[in-house]
Design a protein around this ligand. Structure first.
Ligand code: PEP
Ligand code: MG
Length: 908
């Protein structure tokens, strides 16, 4: 292995690293270094780089111990010197924590070991030094359990397995007749350590390692190993984090929040992560260690007095009880609170962003264990970006880059329908952990979520508390309900990250996993029963409560306006109805990029008319049917043009394979036979003749119009007449007629002629005219390669990246979802190419097609109207290659607008 620096130390106001070194030191390590540099108190320590994780995966444990040995030793010595302690000493012990820390935070995904360095002798030294034997033994029993779980791999693997340590702990508490861990006495803790070690021997056939150095190497390797657990892999897949990044390891002097009543530990946010309001908030526990706050074992208390009062109101706790049992940090430890509150402002200003902080008060002295940019809901993300911009903390471009386009989706999340809510019964209340409304059927086990979703069910995951193992179920559920845990519990933090509705810490509900029941307010719910959650108030409702789409606030509008200021591309919508057009305009669509006319043929009498046209045996029969369709189509276009007045509407001529429209069941075949006055046998024969083995590559798109010109004539007539009718009413329609599935320039030409001849005819009939364009979909690879020829006749291009992906990859759009999922899992494909544009292959065709097209017609208007038009990375690619616009479904317009702005800023 090459000779390089693998360890960076920090402590006492000095550090070898800094914030900018996140890739090498991980987020946590880089910020621990930075905090030292700006005068925030941090226990000394060192960071082993993320590169070592990659080396570990390649070369294995022994090689890594070898190459790190001297640097780790020096790192420990640095801690010893600064803390004036000694690693492994029985008189003056130095204990450390060993934590993971990837480039981007992966909350709860990887492992941590605390209190490392304790053994049967050192614990006595710690007892003497702290003058607190209970604290020393409490730390020791926690360490043995964590070491067993994390390093010796004794954590339960299946939901039915019992954690051997938890079992012992529960038994000893029961024997003693106590409920809380804190009620255990010294002798009980000693007994716990003994029994824990016995369990380790039984399970692993090895003794618990007494040597601190052996403990340290074991823990470091366990953190590296935790990068490769299934849950970490799943999280990376979900968040598109590359496998090769690896995690850093942070080794740091321990400070103690469990040293007695003058010690505490907590988690805080510089602003409200759920709403975005500028309110310092967080939770803490007196006489506890870090994991107690997030594990949901004890009910955490609020940091600020104001927050504490608000919490009490929500939890139904009286002021008297609050003061006595759940005082805020502001009340309980005023001077530590003051310092914390000053430093939270300092940290937020330093990083110019909302921070998520971890701190410990050891015997009255405040220490920071972590600061990182806090995760937040979509709504909070928008509010903070706009607020910080208005406060002058960040500039416009930073504000735009701060918002993840996909997160905007959450602002468009449903809320409960007012009427449905007025008759809904609140059964219990928990904490409003992550906003939004959700309704679904109860399930208790995460690994069963998939099967329910496959059956098309909406589900609510109900857990006593969640752990990283539940990630998949949380991701699939509409909402999450937990009985334990505060606002910073695993469930709450992860749900907010996902933008998923979550109610946590609903103490009054009872969950029985064995019986699969949930009991609220005396009523027993079984798996599969409906409940509803309000993640903004914490209320849990009986049964199914209908939801509606939300109203968008002023900050959202400001952000959208700001996006348009910086973006070079504009955004249109894919819409086939006046309703969709209306919504799209509200979201800022600058026109319709794709109106799929075949979608207008489904339903009611329309389907009968189109079937009659397809089944007709001659031109006369087809014309008769088309005459019935004409007024229906014209009316549909009038509706859409009206909503989109003064904006262009790209209407695509009929595209789908005809067999999709013909009746396949005998009842509907008979209906058509009666309607058309022919025999059912004739219908059956026609249906057989139309059947294609590869309909996606068959008689569809412009091929239909070239075989049956009367279809194109009818559609053109409907479009032009609709526009002329509106013109009479003073409404301006701007139709752009689009020819689908062109592969050969002459295919386009033939269609164009029919369109133009028909339009001219109507202009003469009406003695009136309008402006219109005739362009094409670019969705066959051949068209993109011969784009100069196509553009010599077509007035605009719209890339149909759905078909272009299908034909470039040779992947059927309709049959390959499961195959693609497997391919993504196996790492053959990075993404589903139908969701995220394949820039290397399909993207190249778009780029080539655009260049060649513009070489023949320099003002050629080019857009994308495949599914990729609303996917952030694909939108950015479209900007990069100089497209004029993207078109997407109405609810994705805000995402596309912001992505377009970010692309422009990132390119500067
Ligand atoms: C496309 O192919 O990308 C497209 C937009 O058309 P459709 O999805 O209707 O085939
Ligand atoms: Mg298509």
């Amino acid at each position: 292995m090459e000779n390089k620096k693998r360890i960076y130390t920090f402590g006492n106001g000095k550090a070898e690293g800094k914030t900018e070194m996140k890739n090498l030191l991980g987020g946590k390590g880089a910020n621990l270094a930075e905090m030292n540099l700006i005068g925030v108190p941090v226990p000394p320590g060192f960071t082993i780089t993320t590169e070592v994780c990659t080396e570990y995966n390649k070369y294995g444990r022994d090689a890594i111990v070898n190459v790190l040995y001297d640097e780790v030793k020096a790192g420990i010595e640095n801690i010893e010197n600064l803390m004036n302690t000694k690693f492994g000493s029985e008189e003056n012990p130095c204990l450390v924590s060993v934590r993971s820390g990837a480039r981007v935070s992966m909350p709860g995904m990887m492992d941590t070991v605390l209190n490392l360095g304790l053994n049967d002798k050192v614990v006595e030294g710690l007892a003497k030094k702290s003058n607190n034997p209970r604290f020393a033994w409490d730390s020791y029993r926690r360490f043995v359990q964590m070491y067993g779980d994390v390093v010796l791999d004794m954590k339960p693997k299946n939901k039915d397995d019992i954690d051997p340590f938890e079992e012992i702990l529960e038994r000893i508490k029961e024997e003693k007749g106590v409920k809380e861990d804190t009620e255990l006495e010294l002798e009980d803790l000693k007994k716990l350590v003994k029994e824990f070690k016995k369990a380790i021997k039984e399970n692993t056939k090895k003794e618990f390692p007494e040597c601190p150095w052996e403990q340290l190497w074991g823990a470091v390797m366990a953190v590296f190993d935790s990068w490769n657990t299934d849950r970490a892999k799943y999280y990376r897949q979900m968040n598109k984090i590359p496998e090769e990044w690896g995690t850093a390891v942070n080794v740091q002097a321990m400070v103690y929040g469990n040293m007695g009543q003058n010690s505490a530990t907590g988690v805080a946010f510089t602003r409200d992560a759920a709403t975005g309001e500028d309110i310092f908030n967080g939770e803490y526990l007196i006489n506890a260690q870090g994991e107690d706050v997030v594990a949901g074992i004890r009910t955490p208390q609020q940091i600020t007095l104001e927050g504490s009062k608000r919490w009490a109101k929500l939890a139904g706790v009286s002021e008297e009880e609050r003061k006595k049992n759940f005082p805020s940090l502001e009340e309980a430890m005023p001077s530590a609170y003051k310092e914390l509150s000053d430093l939270e402002t300092k940290l937020e200003n330093h990083y110019s962003d909302m921070q998520d902080l971890e701190f410990t008060v050891q015997d009255g002295k405040l220490w920071f264990l972590q600061t990182r940019v806090g995760k937040r809901t979509g709504a909070a993300m928008v509010k903070m970006a706009v607020d910080m911009l208005e406060e002058g903390m960040i500039d416009e471009k930073t504000a735009l880059l701060r918002v993840e386009p996909k997160k905007l989706d959450e602002l468009l999340h449903p809320v409960f329908e007012k009427k449905a809510l007025s008759s809904a019964k609140v059964m219990a209340k928990g904490l409003p952990a992550s906003p939004g409304a959700a309704t679904g059927k109860i399930i208790f086990f995460s690994d069963e979520a998939e099967a329910w979703k496959e059956d098309g069910e909406d589900i609510i995951l109900v857990r006593i508390e969640t752990s990283p193992e539940d990630l998949k179920g949380m991701n699939l559920a509409e909402g999450i309900l937990t009985a334990r845990g505060g606002m910073t519990s695993h469930a709450a933090v992860v749900a907010r990250g996902m933008g998923k509705c979550c109610v946590s810490g609903a103490g009054e509900i009872k969950i029985d996993y064995k019986k699969r029941t949930l009991t609220m307010d005396g009523k027993v719910y079984r798996q599969g029963d409906w409940i509803s959650l309000n993640g903004s108030t914490g209320e849990i409702y009986n049964g199914k409560v209908a939801t509606v789409d939300p109203e968008l606030g002023g900050d959202f509008e400001k952000l959208m306006k700001l996006s348009d200021k910086y973006s070079k591309m504009y955004v249109r919508t894919n819409a086939d109805t006046p309703e969709d057009s209306r919504v799209a305009r509200k979201f800022g669509a600058k026109g319709i990029g794709l109106c799929r006319t075949e979608h207008m043929f489904f339903g009611g009498d329309k389907i009968k008319a189109i079937r009659e046209m397809i089944l007709a045996s001659d031109l006369e029969g087809r014309k008769k049917a088309l005459d019935k369709l004409l007024p229906i189509q014209r009316q549909d276009f009038e509706g859409i043009f009206k909503e989109m007045h003064d904006l262009p509407v790209t209407v695509r001529l009929l595209d789908p394979p005809l067999h999709e429209f013909v009746p396949h069941e005998s009842a509907s075949q008979k209906e058509m036979a009666d309607e058309m006055g022919i025999s059912i046998q004739e219908i059956e024969l026609k249906v057989k003749l139309l059947k294609e083995f590869n309909p996606m590559l068959g008689t569809r798109g412009c091929r239909l119009g070239n075989l049956y010109p009367e279809i194109t004539q009818m559609q053109t007539r409907a479009i032009i007449e609709a526009a002329l009718n509106l013109k009479k009413q003073g409404i301006k329609a701007i139709p752009e007629i689009m020819i689908p599935l062109v592969g050969e320039m002459k295919e386009f030409k033939m269609q164009e002629e029919i369109v133009r001849d028909t339009a001219e005819l109507i202009f003469k009939e009406r003695n009136d005219k309008i402006d219109y364009l005739v362009g094409t979909m670019m969705e066959i690879p051949r068209a993109t390669l011969t784009a100069d020829k196509v553009a010599s006749v077509a007035e605009f291009f719209s890339f149909g990246t759905n078909d272009l992906t299908q034909m470039t990859y040779g992947l059927s759009r309709d049959d390959t979802a499961a195959l693609i999922e497997e391919y993504v899992k196996k790492g053959i494909y990075k993404n589903d190419p139908f969701q995220v544009l394949d820039q290397d292959g399909v993207g190249q065709l778009v780029e080539i097609g655009t260049k060649r097209g513009r070489s023949a017609r320099n003002n050629l208007k080019v857009g994308v109207c495949g599914e990729h038009g609303g996917e952030p990375e694909s939108v950015k690619f479209c900007h990069k290659i100089g497209l004029d616009y993207v078109s997407c479904s109405p609810f994705r317009i805000p995402i596309a607008r912001l992505s377009a702005a970010q692309a422009a800023i990132e390119q500067e």
